[in-house]
Write a protein that binds this ligand. Structure first.
Ligand SMILES: [Zn+2]
Ligand SMILES: [Zn+2]
Length: 390
């Protein structure tokens, strides 16, 4: 089959004779139609994270079922499907995380396009129970971003945003997580970083979880304009703030830096004066270590900060006193558990999530995957790019 194969660092070849995937009895064989381009693909390409070559990259996949294994169930040949990028490798949910319902954190997690071959190839084989059917009316060149770009912020907002004391003191805590009565409804949310994950986070928070206000923070004005299109009520360019206030943020440290950070945080929450500057949930999608202290400073007391974007290195000052004094819930998040995927797909099918806005580049084919990676690196892709496998 034709495939984009990484043979080593920066050695991405398009081959036409790659061996077809091996299909287990409970698998479905999927004709991969489109993949979403993620910065993880770039990270692998540049060799920033280890991998075992030869590797077919691509973990945001939409395709059509070509063949069913003997014991595959619930799907038919011709069905349009998406595949989660991370699914449990446990056979009987026998690891601790799986037993606790955290199928996204299974000890034996399978990482498509990293640990096993991914979707930038004509065919891929996946267990039928981790393959999710999607209505034909959702275009596959947009559906392919659901697996990661949509489902990761979906899980973060749905399941990681509620402060612990609210859950403890609720008589029906299930309602706090339900779409119709979700805790985020009518709340104020701040999103740092309007990139491949931050964009969908803004869109989901505003449109699906019905936050009252979504404040988007970035350093690029075109990203902030994009955030407005996606539903942000207010936008803040943090670089512009520092420039206008003559703060040389890259050159200062210690008390000066702490003062600058709290100034920026006040500037961000000043948009919410009508709500007594209340910030209920901050999502750091920036992938920049320096953002975390700003996030801690921006969030209101007794509320939640969620780390959504992977920072390339840890933060230096962890602000322990602030976290204690503000009684914060600091949540990590990771992909999306299997039991939330169906709700996620339904939100797309119902047209609540603006996939057509979020996918901004549809012109790449498999042969031009490397160019797509270069364009992503050069900041030429505003939202998400999708790759046509053909
Ligand atoms: Zn990804
Ligand atoms: Zn497991």
């Amino acid at each position: 089959m034709k495939a984009a194969v990484l043979y080593g660092k920066e050695e991405l070849n398009i081959v036409t004779d790659f061996e077809n995937p091996i299909m287990n009895e409970s698998d479905v064989l999927i004709q991969s139609k489109y993949t979403g381009l993620c910065s993880t693909d770039r990270t692998l390409y540049r060799g920033y994270v280890p991998f075992k070559p030869p590797l077919i990259i691509g973990h945001e996949i939409a395709g059509v079922i070509k063949e069913l294994g003997k014991s595959a169930s619930g799907l038919e040949v011709g069905d349009h499907v998406i595949i989660p990028p991370v699914y449990p490798g446990c056979q009987n949910e026998n690891c601790l995380a799986c037993r606790e319902g955290l199928t996204n954190r299974c000890k034996n997690s399978v990482f498509i396009g990293h640990g096993v071959n991914g979707g930038n190839a004509e065919l891929i084989s996946v267990p039928s129970r981790y393959t999710f059917k999607i209505n034909d009316k959702v275009p596959l060149d947009e559906a392919c971003i659901i697996p990661d770009a949509i489902s990761t912020p979906f899980h973060a907002l749905k399941s990681r945003s509620v402060p612990l004391h609210i859950i403890q003191n609720s008589s029906n805590s299930n309602k706090l997580f339900d779409y119709k009565s979700h805790w985020l409804n009518g709340k104020n949310v701040v999103v740092f970083g309007v990139g491949g994950v931050g964009g969908p986070t803004v869109n989901l928070a505003a449109k699906y979880f019905k936050a009252k206000n979504v404040v988007a923070v970035d350093v690029l004005d075109n990203k902030l304009k994009f955030a407005k299109d996606l539903g942000a009520t207010y936008t803040v360019n943090s670089n512009t703030y520092f420039e206008e206030n003559n703060i040389p943020i890259k050159e200062i440290s210690g008390r000066d830096k702490a003062k600058a950070i709290s100034g920026l945080a006040r500037h961000i929450s000043s948009n919410l004066a009508e709500d007594k500057f209340q910030v209920d949930c901050v999502l750091d999608c920036s992938g920049v270590p320096d953002t975390f202290p700003v996030a801690i400073e921006t969030v209101s007391k007794n509320r939640v900060v969620i780390q959504v974007g992977w920072p390339p290195k840890p933060v230096r000052e962890f602000l322990n006193q602030k976290i204690m004094d503000k009684y914060l819930t600091i949540n990590g998040t990771w992909a999306c558990p299997m039991n939330e995927m169906a709700e996620n797909v339904k939100a797309v099918e119902d047209g609540i999530i603006d996939l057509d806005l979020l996918v901004t580049n549809k012109d790449y084919t498999l042969d031009r995957l490397e160019n797509a990676i270069f364009d992503l690196e050069a900041g030429k892709i505003l939202g998400r790019a999708t790759i046509n496998i053909k």
